[in-house]
Design a protein around this ligand. Structure first.
Ligand code: ZN
Length: 414
């Protein structure tokens, strides 16, 4: 028996070497053909796009193809999703952080409700192209049918205000992840990007209840945007794995929105997943440009910061001048290769089971080579080029996220 095992082992070794030499000797043409085959066959999931804000715009139709070269086109529409072979998108019901008072909570919930209505309206208008999805099974079924799966995530727990019952309210309306906060502290937790009060107080007592309620219902808790202390507080109290729906690696790009090695290791321990974000400044630290910094400082001196300007006319002027500065002093943008460097890093540190893709399209996401959803195959091509196996690529593109989604559902049903 021993001899036979050794013999089998040798055969496996030889086969493994054969596979290895296949990948390393593939021509560019073979790489592209193989990538296309994988991209078509695996479930492809992007866990973050801010497209619902565009749904509320007059005259923009998600069912129509828009030219990616035009600025006004945005990064996602249903025909381009199909073109880019993206099977499932988590559309973010995003509400910016406002005042923590009853009027603020009412306004935030109204805004979230409007986006939810718009998403269901999209489902009604284009039943042949897309369906609102709420479970992993939905995603795989719709993939078989050749239709897009539209999942709903909520970016910022602010619309919940201080009313725990609203977590179930949003669950009932299809929300399957909640990003606990955005760029400011709220009643749930402190944010990684709060400038007014930089002290980090982590997750609040109410926030602990929100996490428990998400666990009870089967909503994925999203730790993108939260402060470092909030992150570890969440991991301490959650009973289910969590996701970072759109975050990158801090060791490569030192930004408070990104996850440190210690956070990544804790995330792996929790069984969760980091979905690499495509916002250029979270992927690659921009080269310093003192002239641009000075121009931006002058802009702030002239008008104050954008978040403090309430008058629409002044906001418009601010935006125009801001864009002119960006054009005059362009920043070097990150590339597809840079994005895949983040995937490599996570894979080397905590394994291929804890990484995925969360573009942040229509919310600032987009890199050279993958600027809109029709460019999604470029990611798969780079993964094949770097020698990732078909199974690894299946996990990265959605397998890992769906595993977490299932586990979150199992925890809820216990
Ligand atoms: Zn975001």
């Amino acid at each position: 028996m021993r001899g036979r095992h050794a013999c089998l082992g040798l055969i496996f070794l030889a086969f493994g070497f054969f596979l290895f030499s296949c990948t390393s000797q593939m021509t560019e043409e073979e790489i592209l053909a193989h990538a296309e085959e994988i991209h078509d066959n695996v479930l492809t999931v992007d866990t973050h796009a801010d497209t619902p804000s565009r749904l509320l715009r007059e005259g923009w139709d998600i069912g129509e193809w828009h030219d990616p070269e035009e600025r006004s086109s945005g990064c996602i529409d249903l025909p381009r999703m199909k073109e880019g072979g993206l099977d499932a998108e988590f559309f973010a019901v995003y509400v910016g952080q406002g005042e923590l008072n009853p009027e603020g909570y009412v306004r935030a919930k109204e805004r979230a409700d409007l986006m939810l209505v718009a998403l269901y309206q999209m489902g009604k208008e284009y039943p042949g192209l897309v369906e609102i999805a709420t479970s992993p099974e939905d995603a795989y079924r719709l993939e078989e049918d050749g239709k897009r799966a539209a999942f709903i995530g909520m970016e910022n727990g602010y619309p919940i205000g201080k009313d725990l019952a609203l977590v179930e309210y949003f669950y009932d309306r299809g929300v399957r992840y909640i990003t606990l906060c955005h760029s400011g502290d709220n009643d749930i937790c402190d944010s990684s990007f709060e400038r007014r009060n930089p002290e980090d107080n982590g997750l609040t007592e109410f926030g602990e209840q929100v996490v428990a309620e998400c666990n009870r219902l089967g909503i994925m808790v999203d730790v993108s945007h939260v402060s470092d202390r909030s992150f570890f507080d969440v991991l301490r109290v959650t009973e289910a794995p969590v996701i970072a729906s759109h975050s990158s690696v801090r060791a490569i790009c030192d930004h408070p929105r990104n996850l440190t090695d210690e956070m990544l290791e804790a995330l792996a321990e929790n069984g969760g997943v980091i979905q690499i974000c495509f916002v250029s400044s979270f992927v690659k630290t921009p080269e310093p440009n003192p002239e641009r910094d000075e121009a931006l400082a002058l802009l702030e001196e002239k008008y104050g910061s954008l978040r403090e300007i309430s008058d629409a006319e002044t906001r418009k002027k601010w935006r125009e001048e801001y864009m002119a500065i960006r054009e005059k002093y362009p920043e070097e943008r990150a590339t597809v290769e840079d994005v895949v460097d983040h995937i490599d890093y996570v894979t080397d540190l905590i394994g291929v089971d804890h990484v995925g893709i969360g573009t942040d399209f229509d919310g600032g996401g987009g890199v050279d080579g993958c600027d809109d959803v029709s460019d999604m195959p470029r990611i798969t091509e780079e993964l094949v080029r770097r020698g990732y196996s078909d199974e690894d690529i299946r996990k990265i593109w959605g397998g890992n996220l769906m595993r977490v989604f299932r586990e979150v559902g199992n925890t809820a049903n216990q």
